[in-house]
Design a protein around this ligand. Structure first.
Ligand code: CMP
Length: 138
C-alpha cells in the first residue's frame, strides 16, 4: 500500500553537507518527495516534536542538538514508506548501523544520527501535520 512518512535531515548531516546525498538516496529508493522545507527549529518546535521523549535523560541534549542548525524536513511517499525508510536509515545508534544505511554512512553516534524517520503510520500522519499543517499534496 502506498503510504507517507516524514524524514528530517538533522543538523549534523547539514553541517557535513551531505543533505544532497541523503535526498538522492531516498529518491533512488523510490520515495517520491511530496513536501520539502528547510528551517532552523525553534526550541519550542523541537520540544513539541520530541515531546514523547520529554522524560528521557537525553531530552535536553536532543533539543539542543536539533536546534543547533538548520534541518530539512520532507514528506515522502512510497509503497510501505514507514518501514522502508526505517530500513534505509538503519538503527538509532549510528555506531551500530550497517555501512549501507543512511545512519551507517552519514551518522556519528546515537544522538547525531543524520536522519529521523517516523516510527509508525499513526506517528507519520501526526509528524506530517506538525511540519506541513493543512497541506494538500499533489
Ligand atoms: P530519532 O529517530 O530522531 O528519535 C529520537 C532521537 O533522540 C533519536 O533519533 C536520537 O537522535 C536521539 N536519541 C535517542 N536515544 C538517545 C540516547 N540514548 N542518547 C542520546 N540521544 C538519543
Amino acid at each position: 500500500m502506498r503510504q507517507r512518512t516524514l524524514t528530517i535531515i538533522k543538523p549534523d548531516a547539514m553541517r557535513n553537507r551531505v543533505e544532497g546525498h541523503i535526498l538522492q538516496r531516498l529518491l533512488d529508493e523510490g520515495f517520491e518527495l511530496k513536501g520539502l522545507r528547510m528551517l532552523h527549529l525553534a526550541e519550542s518546535q523541537a520540544e513539541g516534536f520530541y515531546a514523547v521523549h520529554r522524560e528521557r535523560s537525553f531530552y535536553p541534549e536532543l533539543v539542543r542538538f536539533m536546534t543547533s542548525g538548520p534541518v530539512i524536513v520532507a514528506c515522502l511517499e512510497r509503497e510501505d514508506a514507514v518501514a522502508h525508510l526505517r530500513k534505509v536509515m538503519g538503527p538509532t545508534d549510528s555506531t551500530k548501523a550497517p555501512q549501507q544505511t543512511l545512519r551507517g554512512q552519514f551518522g556519528t553516534n546515537i544522538q547525531e544520527n543524520a536522519v529521523h524517520g517516523s516510527d509508525s503510520p499513526e506517528n507519520a500522519a501526526n509528524e506530517i501535520k506538525f511540519f506541513f499543517p493543512g497541506a494538500k499534496f499533489d
